[in-house]
Design a protein around this ligand. Structure first.
Ligand code: AMP
Length: 214
């Protein structure tokens, strides 16, 4: 069997991106965030970027086909172990990931479970470093120097879709689409859940437990 693949599932702000960044530093894993890939296209002002910008700014989902193509162009399942972060977002994508990308590869889905009510404030206070991929929080994980990344010193930015109104829409989208995705992996016996309400290090410990098992 080829390298094992990880599928991180969780609401915006549940910590999956932070944990994925952390895990890739300790293990030879690649972090593949469809949100990051899409934002990079917007940054480049590519055709694709222009097509998806307003959808993303409103907090709605980009079409399944578009995201799938982007994902396929950016991974090589037979060679590397990936953390899929932000894909799949709905049942259709879960099926597409399996049939078009994983094709029976060894995979483990991990759900970052947390009460959505706790998340809006977390996301509104989130600031990111686009180049290093580091994720900060003004209240709970502030950078050492205000507005700058601890690692690269680059300017931190607030994602345009991290404003309160858009975040609330993104939470609704999540709530409406995630259940069948969780059922899909549960039925395959490929779902593990971590309590994402704990501290960053507690969540990381649970995650390592899963990654080290098997
Ligand atoms: P994220 O960084 O995962 O929060 O994604 C930011 C935004 O990118 C989402 O609100 C969607 O508009 C879009 N997006 C990311 N991943 C997907 C996906 N798998 N399917 C559809 N849209 C996506």
């Amino acid at each position: 069997m080829g390298p094992r693949q990880y599928i991180f599932l969780g609401a915006p702000g549940s910590g999956k991106g932070t944990q994925a960044t952390k895990l890739t530093k300790e293990r030879s894993l690649e972090h593949l965030s469809t949100g990051d890939l899409l934002r990079a296209e917007i940054g480049k002002n590519s055709d694709l970027g222009q097509r998806v910008k307003s959808v993303i700014d409103q907090g709605n989902l980009v079409s399944d086909d578009l995201v799938l193509e982007l994902l396929k162009a950016n991974c090589d399942i037979g060679k590397k172990s990936y953390i899929f972060d932000g894909f799949p977002r709905n049942f259709e994508q879960a099926k597409l990931l399996e049939s078009e990308v994983l094709k029976g590869a060894d995979s483990q889905a991990i759900y970052f479970e947390i009460d959505l009510e706790l998340l809006v404030e977390r996301v509104v206070n989130r600031r990111i470093a686009p180049r290093s991929g580091e994720i900060y929080n003004l209240k709970t994980r502030p950078p050492k120097v205000e507005g700058k990344c601890d690692i690269t010193g680059e300017d931190l930015i607030q994602r345009k879709d991290d404003t309160e109104e858009t975040v609330r829409n993104r939470m609704n989208v999540f709530q409406e689409t995630i259940r069948p995705v969780l059922d899909f992996y549960r039925e395959k016996g490929a779902l593990k859940t971590v309590d994402a309400s704990g501290s960053e290090s507690e969540i990381f410990t649970s995650l390592l437990g899963i990654v080290n098992s098997k």
